[in-house]
Design a protein around this ligand. Structure first.
Ligand code: GLA
Length: 638
């Protein structure tokens, strides 16, 4: 009796101990914890029906777009996904919960037994060498049902029949979409868990059932982040069950809300960072700005999604090719999915030549997966630099304004030696020029100059970590209180105009990890010394870094000068596959940067931990891993 009780009691004690209750999030696990399910080694490319047709879709439009991708050669360049967005549903059959397709618009979906199936359509797309994408919502109803006033092809029938979203049907619907209909991608929107409180007009009028909102776009306190994540995790698990044996893409559409920045990369393959793009210049700026500071949150397997391309129309139409080229160049540089949202039946040669710019597509599809990093920032000019798998560089110099502007590009911004020649190839004109130290550039209104750049690397024997966001995962970014990002351009929202009080900053996660900047976009500076390269983050934090053959890690570490708190010390630790390799002494504000180095030969996952020795409620310390680099040579450099 006694003997059998003891282990039981020990088990209870272990469960009750604080260590068992709260595992240390900074503990080095020696593994890559971001999502590796699905198939997105590079950002997906293709076409989606929404920007072109809204919900007014049918089989003819989808197939014509697919055919155009093939006929124009765009499919051969990688534009393979053909994604059906909102508007395909007829209803949810009540007898068995099966989703029914609007077969009047998708005649190939008619089945003799009265059910309907997209399998003939996906078979057709697959036979064309393409991939097929489908759309759903994590709630009971879709965005179009809830928010679009003139929504064509509304699901029909009773309240229950019109509940076409995944809520309560995850397993059944994912099985249908992937095991039966053979789709390759699913976009999962979030309006159903956002827009149906009991007092919503469409709930009160009896159109839809209320679902207490889990997401409040303007309030994290009003958002149940854990519950939202659990719902998306359930979809991820179902995808593994029904599509795990083949390639698939899980596209999260939470518009940057619900603190998705921290967890979306662990769940999906692409994750929307903003509300819907419109064919209006300022809205493009808004969407761009939501990805700019997130380079470290994107890597092969999961990407920031600034929303679909919206050119061919409005401010990006055939009369505004400068704007269209800027939109395209920026999306390519920032590794956003290149999903065309245009009626391809109307494609002109000029528009086609933009989508089909092979050199710019190659930047987006570069296997290193490094999202471009902001090398220069202002409200007028921005310079983005992207390091490619071959060690080469791409640079985009962007004029955000409606007036001509001058800019200077420096070799230092490219992390190239200023005294040696830098060669620039313009990726639109293919013209070439060379400079030393710096190059003056003139930009037309709204223009982006985009170049491949080569020269003599400042770091000949390795790579700065800030050049390599694609191999970094900020597993813990130290953000305790996510804040709205104040750097995002606050454009007029077209669907409200200037009614109300205007745009308020939103999209949480400001203060997260940054490349070549400290947290909150500040200068990387330790004890008065400024660094133009490094990783900035808050303590307590832990980066996971994939290593493939580098022998040595080096950095100079310290509390960043942007800290307001002078008392809290931070220790910096380097781990290799879970084992401690190096540790700094406790570092205080104002103390000069301390060198920290470790041999990482043969190590697969390096972890960089900044552990604050704070007690109580002190604000997280901003810290710098300045000059952080991976070197090929194991010998310490003098
Ligand atoms: C939301 C999404 C859009 C589109 C529509 C469809 O607004 O953000 O991309 O899918 O829903 O209703």
């Amino acid at each position: 009796m006694r003997r059998s009780l003891l282990p039981l009691l020990a088990g209870v004690a272990a469960l009750a101990s604080p260590a068992a209750a709260a595992p240390d999030p900074l503990a080095a696990g020696g593994r890559w914890s971001a999502n590796t399910s699905g198939h997105a080694p590079v950002p997906p490319m293709g076409w989606n029906s929404w920007n072109a047709f809204n919900s007014d879709i049918d089989e003819e439009k989808v197939l014509a777009s697919a055919q155009a991708l093939v006929d124009t050669g765009l499919a051969g360049l990688g534009y393979r996904y053909v994604n059906i967005d909102d508007g395909w549903w007829l209803k949810r059959r009540q007898a068995d919960g099966r989703l029914m397709i609007r077969t009047s618009h998708f005649p190939s979906a008619i089945r003799p037994d009265g059910a309907s199936s997209f399998r003939p359509l996906t078979d057709r797309l697959h036979a064309m060498g393409l991939k097929a994408g489908i759309y759903s919502d994590i709630g009971r109803n879709s965005c179009g049902q809830i928010y679009t006033p003139d929504f064509k092809n509304q699901p029909e029938g009773t309240v229950a029949e019109r509940e076409v979203g995944l809520y309560g049907h995850v397993d059944q619907d994912i099985r249908l979409f992937f095991a039966e209909w053979n789709f390759d991608l699913i976009k999962v929107d979030g309006c159903g868990i956002r827009g149906l409180p009991a007092d919503a007009p469409r709930v009160r009028s009896g159109l839809y059932r209320a679902l207490p909102p889990l997401v409040d776009m303007q309030s994290l306190g009003g958002t149940n982040v854990a519950a939202v994540r659990t719902l998306y995790d359930q979809v991820g698990a179902a995808l593994k069950r029904y599509a795990g044996a083949r390639d698939y893409i899980f596209s999260l559409c939470l518009w940057g809300a619900a603190n998705v920045r921290t967890w979306g990369k662990n769940v999906g393959n692409i994750s929307r960072t903003s509300d819907d793009i419109q064919p209006i210049w300022p809205r493009m700026l808004t969407n761009l700005d939501t990805v700019t500071h997130r380079a470290l949150y994107a890597h092969p397997g999961s990407w920031n999604d600034a929303d679909m391309l919206f050119f061919g129309t409005g401010d990006f139409d055939a009369q505004h090719l400068i704007e269209a080229k800027s939109h395209f160049s920026l999306w390519a540089m920032l590794n956003s999915p290149l999903i065309i949202g245009y009626d391809l039946r109307k494609l002109t040669p000029a528009l086609l030549s933009i989508f089909a710019n092979r050199d710019i597509v190659a930047l987006n599809q570069d296997p290193a997966g490094n999202q471009a990093v902001l090398a220069y920032d202002s409200d007028e000019i921005q310079i983005f630099v992207k390091t490619l798998a071959d060690g080469g560089k791409a640079v985009a110099v962007f004029n955000r304004t409606g007036s001509p502007a001058k800019a200077v590009l420096t070799a230092e911004q490219l992390k190239l030696r200023p005294a040696a020649d830098v060669r620039l190839i313009d990726l639109w004109t293919k013209s070439e020029r060379r400079f030393r130290r710096e190059q003056a550039l003139e930009l037309r209104a709204h223009e982006t100059l985009i170049f491949r750049a080569s020269g003599t690397r400042r770091l000949p024997d390795g790579l700065y970590l800030s050049e390599q966001p694609g191999r970094i995962n900020p597993a813990e970014d130290g953000v305790v209180t996510p804040q709205a990002d104040p750097t995002i351009y606050r454009s007029i929202v077209p669907w409200t105009g200037t009614h109300g009080g205007g745009e308020h900053p939103q999209y949480s996660g400001w203060g997260g990890a940054e490349a070549d900047r400290a947290a909150y976009g500040k200068l990387l500076r330790i004890a008065g010394t400024t660094f133009d390269t490094g990783l900035g983050v808050l303590a307590n934090s832990r980066f996971e870094v994939r290593n493939d053959g580098f022998a040595r890690f080096v950095a100079k570490v310290g509390v960043n000068d942007s800290a307001a708190n002078q008392k809290t010390s931070v220790r910096f630790e380097v781990y290799g596959d879970g084992k401690l390799l190096a540790r700094s002494r406790p570092m205080l504000f104002g103390q000069p940067a301390a060198p920290l180095a470790a041999t990482v030969k043969g190590v697969r996952i390096i972890e960089l931990v900044a552990r604050s020795e704070a007690h109580g409620s002190a604000a997280p310390q901003p810290v710098a891993w300045a000059d952080a680099a991976l070197l090929r040579d194991a010998a310490p450099r003098s």
